[in-house]
Design a protein around this ligand. Structure first.
Ligand SMILES: [Zn+2]
Length: 345
C-alpha cells in the first residue's frame, strides 16, 4: 500500500532536471547549481560508503508505514541532509529530486518533501555497485547488534531500486520484488518517516554533523584557502599555499574544474570540494597530507605542516574523531574532511 511512488510522467527524471535547470538560469538557488553540476559530472566515484559516527546502543525503532497524507512540497531537512551525505560520498552520481508537485497523480512522499531520488543507472555496473554499497551500509547490523542500524537512525521508511523494495515496516522480509509500473532502474527512491524527515532521529541528534561546505572565490583568505591550495597541488597544480585566493588560485581552480567535469566558474563549492578530497592516513605523503595537517591545525592540533602523515598526525586525527563521536580510525575520509573544513552544522 505504501509501495507507491508511481511516476505519471514518461520521463520524470528529465522533467525534474529541466525544472532545476530553469531555476539555475534564474540564479535563484545556489544549491541547485551544485546539484546540476553533480548530475553532469563524469568523474569516478569515491567508492567508499559514508563513515558512521560512534553511537551508543540506543536506537530508533523501525519506521512505521506512514504514506503521504497531505501536500507540502517543501524539501524537509532530513531529506536534504541525506542527499548531501550521499552526494558527498559519491560525487559522480546525481540528484533526481526531492519534491514533486501536488498536481501530480498518485500517492508519494515526494509531495511532502520526505523522499529523495538518487540518480543511479542500474544498467551500469559501476553505478549499480555504488547503490549496492550504500544500501548495504544502510542495512548493516551495528556493533551493538542492531539490525538495519543506519536506515533506522535516518528514519528510512522504504527504498526502491531495480525492481526490488525494502520496507522498514516489513524489514523481516528483506528485499522483496517490486511490481510497481516504474521499475526504478534509473534512480534509487528513498522515503523517510516524518521524524527522519525532520531530523528527529538519532542519526541527526546523537552525533555532530558537518556544516555546509564553505564557498570560496577570488578575494577569500584564511586557513580554508590554504587547505584548498594544498588540495589543488595534490591534484597537480603548483600554487604557493599562502591562504590568499588570488588570480593564480582562481586559474588553478578553473583548470581543475574543467579537467574534472565540473562547471569551470572558479568558485569552490560542494561539488569542487568533493572532487578535490582524497582519503589520507598514516604513511601517506604529499600535498593532500599538508591539507589535512592545515585543517587539523584549525582545531588547535599544532602540527608541523610537512606533508608526512606520521604518528603525531594520526593522533591528532583520532583525537578529533573522538571529540566528534566518530570511529577513531585515524583516516581522513570525506566526512571528516567536511567536519575539518566546514565545522559542525
Ligand atoms: Zn521517488
Amino acid at each position: 500500500m505504501t509501495d507507491v511512488d508511481v511516476f505519471r510522467s514518461p520521463d520524470p527524471t528529465r522533467r525534474r532536471f529541466m525544472r532545476s535547470a530553469a531555476v539555475l538560469r534564474r540564479g535563484a538557488v545556489p544549491a541547485v547549481a551544485a546539484t546540476v553540476a553533480v548530475l553532469l559530472s563524469a568523474a569516478p566515484a569515491a567508492a567508499v560508503a559514508p563513515s558512521t559516527p560512534v553511537f551508543g546502543a540506543a536506537i530508533d525503532g523501525y519506521a512505521a508505514s506512514d504514506p503521504q497524507s497531505t501536500c507540502d512540497p517543501v524539501a524537509k531537512p532530513g531529506a536534504l541532509g541525506f542527499r548531501e551525505l550521499v552526494l558527498r560520498q559519491y560525487p559522480a552520481t546525481g540528484d533526481s529530486g526531492i519534491v514533486r508537485s501536488c498536481a501530480d497523480g498518485g500517492v508519494s512522499e515526494h509531495k511532502e518533501g520526505r523522499a529523495w531520488d538518487w540518480t543511479i543507472n542500474a544498467a551500469s555496473a559501476t553505478d549499480h555497485a555504488r547503490a549496492d554499497e550504500l544500501l548495504a551500509w544502510l542495512l548493516a547490523t551495528d556493533s551493538h547488534g542492531n539490525q538495519h542500524a543506519n536506515a533506522r537512525r535516518l528514519g528510512v521508511m522504504y527504498i526502491i531500486f531495480d525492481r526490488r523494495i525494502w520496507g522498514s515496516y516489513q524489514a523481516g522480509d528483506g528485499w522483496r520484488t517490486y511490481t510497481g509500473s516504474n521499475p526504478h532502474t534509473d534512480h534509487v527512491h528513498f522515503s523517510f518517516s516524518r521524524a527522519g524527515a525532520l531530523k528527529q532521529t538519532t542519526w541527526w541528534t546523537a552525533a555532530d554533523q558537518p556544516a555546509a561546505w564553505p564557498r570560496l572565490a577570488n578575494g577569500a583568505s584564511g586557513a580554508n584557502v590554504q587547505i584548498l591550495q594544498h588540495l589543488l597541488n595534490a591534484a597537480g597544480q603548483s600554487l604557493t599555499a599562502d591562504g590568499s585566493f588570488g588570480p593564480a588560485t582562481e586559474t588553478a581552480v578553473r583548470s581543475f574544474q574543467s579537467a574534472n567535469g565540473a562547471v569551470s566558474d572558479g568558485i569552490v563549492g560542494m561539488v569542487t570540494w568533493s572532487k578535490l578530497l582524497r582519503q589520507v592516513q598514516q604513511g601517506d605523503q604529499g600535498s593532500a597530507v599538508r591539507a589535512a595537517q592545515t585543517a587539523l591545525n584549525k582545531s588547535g592540533a599544532g602540527l608541523t605542516v610537512d606533508g608526512s602523515f606520521g604518528p603525531a598526525t594520526r593522533a591528532a586525527v583520532t583525537s578529533f574523531q573522538s571529540a566528534h563521536d566518530r570511529t577513531p580510525n585515524g583516516a581522513v575520509d570525506p566526512t571528516l574532511w567536511q567536519l575539518l573544513i566546514a565545522g559542525v552544522g
